[in-house]
Design a protein around this ligand. Sequence first.
Ligand code: GLV
Ligand code: MN
Ligand code: MN
Length: 420
Amino acid sequence: MSEAKGADLRIDIDRLLRRLGDLAAIGAIEGTEGCARLALTDEDKAGRDLVVAEMQDLGLEITIDGIGNVVGVMAGHTDGPPVMCGSHIDTVRTGGRYDGNLGVLAGLEVIEVLKSAGVTPHRPLAVAFFTDEEGARFAPDMLGSLVYVGGMALEEALSIEGIDGAVVGPELERIGYAGPSPLPANAPYAFVELHVEQGPVLEAEGITIGAVDGVQGISWQEVTVTGQSNHAGTTPMHLRKDPGFVAAACANFVRELSLELGSPQVGTVGRLELRPNLVNVVPASATFTVDIRNTDEAILQEAERRFSEFLTSTAEAEGCTVETKELARFEPVIFDDRIIDLVETTALALGHSVKRMPSGAGHDAQMLARVCPTAMVFTPSRDGISHNPAEYTAPADLEAGANVMMQVMLQLAAEGSTNG
Ligand code: GLV
Ligand code: MN
Ligand code: MN
């Protein structure tokens, strides 16, 4: 590999913080540092418009595809697939300002540093933001990047209905982000995603950079239990068909099962709706979600099987019926060894402590890994808190992560160049 041009370049942390602040002001959650920009809402549109305007200011060539993924490309000395970075700018309803946004805005910062220094990379560079990474409004998560790599047909994605009854296709049209760029897209040369860890490991171990070696498998389902709505005062306990009880027992089981299977198995019931949701009425139905994850596909399958058996037997004993719907199912992903090594050696060369680690959260990088060499750079999250407006990463850590990403991108972009 020839020596990368710009090895002495560094990002401007004040400019990166300014961009993070500007984006976080859109959909800001009052009294907090966080924001709410659920995918394809008006707030998401306003966030997209801001980032697109910044891409235009930086002179990037912008394309938008049929699922609303946006890619801005900086030309290199040579044509061909770009070295891409990126992430997402949609958030959960109680989102922080770093999750996803960091990877996209650090990408803009990389471009600005290179342009200011007059450095043109050998290969083109691209900054992307992918639609609906969170999956909080429209399941599955990583929807945009899944379609980008050909993992789901566009027509299927456009017909997905969200938790509020809205549908992806019409919402994309409404906010003006149903673009013409074809799908699946051409594979990048390589993909690098900078992201906050969203967990406690780096902070607890006093390490600045995570060289992410993979993403754990994700299984999401929505369960609807139907019983017999009745009077809470007059219906004897042994005569009830109570979906609220079944849902509560399932939530308890998911936790106990995860503890029994042991780390890294995790399990969450994050959404629960009882109908009619009144103090003195045995519920007619309960709808809840189950999110279970593991780095080991066989154990993840065991968890799915045991939950399913528990659900069936508990509902049956209570005289209730059950319907389940798969919302997301992705197997564990292993990133590219060569890019993981590059993240590690680059972090060390820049004087940062580094640790190879898996990701607990889902990321667009796990989809890009299907089509090109991919890895991720993690920075610490204070108290391991994320999907919460209190999410925070110290500026020095943001700076370290963005510099590592920039130098990894520059080294990849220099590959194949004869004059370095
Ligand atoms: C998605 O980002 C998830 O990990 O839930
Ligand atoms: Mn994210
Ligand atoms: Mn997230």
